[in-house]
Design a protein. Structure first.
Length: 133
């Protein structure tokens, strides 16, 4: 993932790496946040600062695996917030997640970041889920 990032993006463009957060309940169940693990490795390779607590999932949403796009968008709407909005104002942010399915989650995170004043939000994911026919 880091190699792909370095191939297509300029490291100097970003002020901050943010993982898509898990709700605390889901984090306790799983024991780790895979997006945070990806961010830590990307930070190690690029030295772009990151925060694991700035963006947070405040509402526990149902698992989205069997939901359609519209249902996913509705489920995640309003479920994220920022601990300190001033930390993103004017920043170029790279939002990192493990899997991109419909984009509902990263779009909601980006909406929250842009509303708080982030100048730009790019998204990097490890995988893109495809619908099997």
């Amino acid at each position: 993932m880091a190699e792909g990032f370095l191939r297509y993006w300029d490291v100097e463009s970003f002020d901050l790496l943010l993982p898509v957060p898990l709700h605390p309940h889901r984090l306790r169940e799983r024991g780790f946040n895979q997006a945070l693990l990806l961010v830590k490795e990307l930070n190690r390779r690029t030295r772009i600062p990151y925060s694991k607590e700035l963006l947070r999932k405040k509402i526990l949403t149902p698992p989205q695996v069997h939901l359609r796009r519209v249902e996913r968008e509705k489920a995640v709407r309003g479920s994220f917030d920022l601990q300190r909005e001033e930390k993103v104002e004017g920043k170029w942010i790279l939002l990192v997640d493990d899997v991109y399915t419909t984009g509902a989650t990263v779009n909601e995170c980006a909406r929250v970041l842009r509303k708080a004043g982030a100048e730009r939000v790019d998204v990097l994911t490890l995988a893109h889920a495809i619908k099997s026919s």
